[in-house]
Design a protein. Sequence first.
Lengths: 143, 366
Amino acid sequence: MADERHPSPAEETKRLYEEAETRTARAFENLVSRDSFGELLARMTENTVALTKIWTDIFDFALRNLRLAGRQDITRLARQLGRTEDKIEMLLQEVERLQDRLGVDARPGRTGDGRHASSGNGAGERPSGERGAAATTGSGDSS
Amino acid sequence: MNPIERLARAPIAALDFTNILLTQRDAAVAVTPKDVIWTHRETTLYRYRSNKRRHPVPVLLVFALINRPDIFDLRPGSSFVEFLLEEGFDVFLIDWGYPDEEDADIGLESYVCDELTWGIREALRCSGQDEISLLGWCIGGTLCLFYGGMQGADAVRNMVLLTTPVDTRVGVYTTWVGRESFDVDYVADGYRAVPGHVIDWANKLMKPVTNYWTTYRLLWEAVLDGQDRRAAYQPMARWIADNPPFAARAFREWITWMYKENRLMNGSFRLRGRLVDLSKIDQSLLVTTAGADHIAPPEGTHPLFDMVSSDDITRLDRPGGHIGLMAGSRARKEIWPDIAQWLRDRSDSTSPRRRNSNGNHRDSDS
């Protein structure tokens, strides 16, 4: 029978520590999954949101009194831009639908029947790029 | 290494450890070259460059509304996108961007009826194909189900769902946000874009010791042992810390409809007045669950099998966590090849859209 290697004191300490850590982790997981913890979390979330709101309102109020654009002003402007983009998108889709129906395409690399000409990478595909205009992200891009 | 040696190594290890933590934001993630195909508001559709495309049916990757889709392309050598490209797939990815307060009015219906629908349309136009495979992960999978349940999704040949929440009666999330005392309206009105770090904090709180202590202890021990963990640790840590906000309306709807009312299971889920009827989904379906998933536990996904009308359903129940299943060190050898094989068998241009019409239901638990 092969000799059983006895763990060194350091190894034994590590094993005991890891066991304790696993038990603690399990205990905490049980704790956070309790109803009482859920209740606590709900109250805490409300308080955090309330504090954030108060802080944001005060800060925005101060900026506006300094005649500077506050977060609300920027949000309003950005929302307006978003609405404009929505309309442009709908318009572009309508144009593309009409192009498909008419079998016409102004973009290079497409055939007259509305399907895309092959670029060698796959059957009948359109060259990559945002609505025909090349927009490329490469190495290092993390978007 | 004996204790004396470890002690002697501790100062340099401490410097290494600190450096790994301090520079994790600089780690390169999502570096596979890609082209922007279409954008609308915060949403961007990408197509990955490849000269190896062999399978005509393209794959569209749909990630959750929390965290970033970079996890699909974490780092060279450990990238699911890279793997799919090597396997000859034409890969598209829809990126929901970073919604902010101005996007507070974006609801689930906008994500499904507009962004996802238009993204699929643009991917099909770009690839010149009539059908596509959807691969959704977490909330992304549920969005794919919404899409299929609303539209019937004729343009979708295959659906791959990874750790997707369907039935929310079980799980810690339900205990936290499904309760009456959690006022989701107050949170949504107060924030308008629920900060990503708040959601990240909640996610980490589900396993507090593991996330706030064990991860760092293991890194410290590896550094102390002289292992080079930088390349493996940093991209994942950067991805975990990169949390876009959750648009207020979408957040309100997601919490209310999924966790408080469980509408998908009750058959009362409506988007823009149209019923999301999962029985309309008759695509080939690959459903993958992770045994140790605390965010979308397997028992919350399995009821889906009785709700869809697909004849071709493959089920993979695997060990692992919500993210570790697809992005862990073993994913490349274990789960990715299975997904690629499943897609390969169903991405032939000549193959009929519906396979196994004789009602096969294959389980491949492992």
